[in-house]
Design a protein around this ligand. Sequence first.
Ligand code: NAP
Ligand code: ZN
Length: 356
Amino acid sequence: METHTTTVNVLGYAAQSSKAPLAPYRFERRNPRPDDVVIEILFCGVCHSDLHQVRNDWGGATYPMVPGHEIIGRVASVGRDVTQFKRGDHVGVGCMVDSCQRCAACRQGLEQYCEEGFTPTYNGTDRHDHKPTFGGYSEKIVAREKFVLRIPARLDLKGAAPLLCAGITTWSPLRHWSAGKGTTVGVVGLGGLGHMALKLAGALGADVTLFTRSPRKERDALRLGANKVVISTDDAQMASAEGKYDLIIDTVPNVHDLNPYLPLLALDGTLVLVGFLGHLEPALDTVPLIMGRKSVAGSVIGGIAETQELLDFCGEHGITADVEVIEIQGINKAYERMLKSDVKYRFVIDTSSLKA
Ligand code: NAP
Ligand code: ZN
């Protein structure tokens, strides 16, 4: 397959500042390199991180910003050194598009912990041409073969998009902390990440509990793979869960009190934060940690090999996200709904709407 010789001109949606709504934006993708895959984007999931980044909640935002890191597409062309993909293949791109490939973390397949920092799919800088990276709210992306994932044939494409971030972000801690038969897993927050955590922990055979502020989500949680639901604002229900959990995955996007969750951990249990980035308030009480050898940990997405492992697992088990498909023109409204936890359970953009 021949490499394109011209720069790829694409239409996307971008934010021009932290206060601006997303709007149409035309830009150029790089001239494909020998190890690049040019992907025509079909669907892109809407992650709460997109909202954090667009609004500069974490600092360091650069504009124009084209968000989107749950990308599913079809290969349009490949560079001459590409061996794993061919035109027409269904592929995915997640939160990373490159890393140093040399450090200890990269050598172990933990590109998400690259010592030089991985190259994010958007709001980053390409490590070769030093130009900004732009994400999946767009028609096409040019990505290094090593960071392109294969989508198993039987997976529904729109439902597979969220696996590239929400899926892998919950899969990685489930695997690292050995969730499975005979283990008890708690999931805090039923949104994009939370609903994938319920499905994946359930499929791994764990005994799964959802902790939620929202009683209206109880029925869905049981359908999605939870064996039990605890309303986190109900002290009696929380007290009845004490000492039971080997692993709790906390997906809450905002600062919140972790102290009520520490007593829920079993001996040697771990509370893994994947949602909130920043300083915790109020301070943690160390007593439940010390009196039970408990840990509080964090985790970011997952490596490329681990993401492929997840996709293959989902292919075997028929697991996809529960999605609400939207047209790109509805993205600003979708963000407002996401802020109100009003999504079941992931928005996914049908990028064919860019042509409308
Ligand atoms: P989401 O769909 O908006 O879901 C978040 C859920 O958290 C809500 O549905 C809600 O569930 C609960 N929640 C929201 N605000 C809360 C509050 N103030 N107190 C308690 N619970 C609250 O978001 P998401 O896409 O799953 O993302 C969750 C977080 O993970 C975001 O901060 C995102 O940036 C981060 N993230 C991290 C990684 C990583 O690699 N570590 C990767 C992707 C995303 P209930 O109604 O059930 O309580
Ligand atoms: Zn994400």
